[in-house]
Design a protein around this ligand. Structure first.
Ligand code: HEM
Length: 510
């Protein structure tokens, strides 16, 4: 009796062990094979590894774990692509899988509940919005029709600069004014803010610029509630409170603009759309649209246009001038080209740009070393997908680290050096075809405003170099210039560039 019961116990023990082992083996063979990455902590995941400059922290981690790595931010898996080849996998090979955006507080509170393009999830609304951007607002005909605005605004900018000759000037303030004035006139028809008083309310240019800066900053913050959903309610960092307050300010601004545009349309008998808001309002009344647009859509799209085009271009130009001013011989090469191609009797026009390869190279080198969007806006996996033999699960957030790609020594010699020559005679473009240089992203989510952005940056840069001699303030040496960054949705300089310029063209041109 005793022998038989011990046999039963032994048999049960063997069966239990077998079941346990087979469970381990079975679960291992079905466990997704995730890309390598650091071990996550409970609750926080790897958020503890992030500092104030996440793109730099992730760059360092990629040197340990490779160009495709997986981390966990709070409750969500996050994949970082840090090489041109990996960027291509997400933005070209599997672009359809990764063409959505995660839902964030910024998208909800700052963009009318995802009714803009940037934060809209992949689907019919986003697809239609993009079609409107590409075919209605940014067609080459439309961009050409607004050239006179860009010309007038660059002239006004160079005149303002001329008046400041010989004095230390905070460059970004003036460039932001140039890009904001240009984009406002293209999108809204005129500038709705003045140096002193907003026509109806009390909004000044400074106040509006501060609102835009706050928008860019809040759109790029690492908001704990986005990553650990059960902490959302507490708004631990106070970001959601700030977003709601900012949304109210923008709403007042948008309401004023839309009402004014509608009133003008009512008054004019043979109404012809003059600006992008007119075009968008016309589409709200279009019965043939696949997805109906409403007033919030127009506000969301308008905000995309103003925010997308203003800070990005200004940040880019400030970085370009910061690098050039540290190496005056590069400014010498640029002005040699400008004197040869343009001469000293006129300003640079958009049609000249194709004949200015050195200016183009400076712009590309700036975009390589200081990509304004250091990590492309987050992409979201819509379904499970295999990339390079690894399993990327549905719901994973994907970041493309263009800052890292621009410093990849297998792609660039001496990547820390600012050397525009590296682009001369090379067929590397910035329009999403060359994965080693992706300032505007690539694929379905690529920046729709790249054409306007490129025109504004190249023409402003060429005229700034053509029209003025540049130097640092007297007490400053090139090696003293701090080149640190701050992170947000864009990556500007930590300390604004202060420079002194003198005119270099005949006085009657200013
Ligand atoms: C130097 C100028 C600019 C740079 C560097 C830039 C860069 C970018 C980048 C990197 C993205 C994200 C791509 C991705 O998610 O993969 C983006 C998206 C976007 N940009 Fe730009 N941009 C610039 C100018 C503009 C301008 C002038 C506008 C409009 C007036 C604009 C409107 C947008 C919009 C609406 C999106 C969202 C696209 C989507 O999610 O489908 N950008 N931009």
């Amino acid at each position: 009796m005793e022998a038989s019961s011990s046999l039963v116990v032994l048999t049960l023990a063997c069966l239990a062990t077998l079941a346990f082992l087979s469970k381990i083996i079975f679960s291992q063979s079905h466990k997704p094979k995730s890309p390598p990455g650091p071990k996550p902590w409970p609750i926080l995941g790897n958020l503890n590894l992030m500092g104030p400059l996440p793109h730099q922290c992730l760059h360092k981690l990629s040197q340990t774990y490779g160009p495709l790595m997986q981390l966990k931010f709070g409750s969500y898996p996050v994949v970082i692509a840090s090489s041109a080849e990996m960027a291509k996998q997400f933005l070209k090979t599997h672009d359809h899988v990764f063409a959505s955006r995660p839902q964030t507080a910024a998208g909800k509170y700052l963009t009318y509940n995802y009714r803009n393009i940037t934060w809209a999830p992949f689907g019919p609304y986003w697809r239609q919005g993009r079609k409107i951007f590409m075919s209605e607002l940014f067609s080459s005909k439309r961009l050409e029709s607004f050239e006179y605005i860009r010309v007038e605004e660059i002239r006004a900018f160079t005149s303002r600069f001329y008046a400041l000759s010989g004095k230390p000037v905070m460059l970004k303030e003036h460039i932001s004014r140039l890009t904001l004035s240009t984009v406002s006139r293209i999108v809204l028809g005129k500038e709705y803010f003045s140096e002193s008083q907003f026509v109806t309310s009390t909004m000044t240019l400074r106040e509006f610029q501060d609102m835009l800066d706050e928008l860019v900053c809040l759109s790029g913050v690492l908001n704990i509630g986005d990553w650990i959903p059960w902490l959302k309610f507490f708004d631990l960092q106070g970001y959601v409170k700030q977003m709601k307050a900012l949304k109210k300010k923008f709403d007042l601004f948008h309401d004023y603009i839309l009402d004014e545009h509608k009133a003008r349309k009512k008054e004019e008998t043979n109404f012809v759309p003059k600006d992008m808001v007119d075009l968008l309002l016309q589409l709200v009344d279009d019965p043939d649209l696949e997805v109906k647009l409403n007033r919030d859509s127009v506000k969301g799209f308008t905000q995309d246009l103003i925010a997308g085009g203003t800070d990005t271009s200004a940040t880019n130009l400030e970085w370009a001038m910061s690098e050039l001013i540290r190496q005056p011989h590069l400014i010498g090469k640029a002005t040699e080209e400008l004197d040869r191609v343009i001469g000293r009797e006129r300003w640079v026009e958009e049609k000249d740009l194709e004949n200015l390869p050195y200016i183009d190279a400076i712009m590309k080198e700036t975009m390589r070393k200081h990509p304004v969007v250091a990590m492309l806006a987050p992409h979201l996996a819509l379904e499970d997908c295999k990339v390079e033999g690894y399993d990327i699960c549905k719901g994973t957030r994907v970041f493309i680290n263009t800052w890292s790609i621009g410093r990849d020594p297998s792609l660039w010699d001496a990547p820390e050096e600012f050397n525009p020559e590296r682009f001369l005679g090379k067929a590397i473009d910035v329009k999403g075809q060359s994965f080693e240089l992706l300032p505007f992203g690539s694929g379905r989510r690529m920046c729709p405003g790249y054409g306007l952005g490129l025109k504004m940056i190249r023409c402003s840069l060429a005229n700034m170099l053509h029209g003025f001699n540049w130097k640092l303030p007297e007490n400053m040496k090139p090696e003293d210039l701090c080149m640190e960054e701050v992170a947000g949705l864009s990556t500007p300089r930590k300390f604004p560039l202060v420079a002194v310029m003198e005119p270099r063209l005949p006085i009657h041109l200013y």
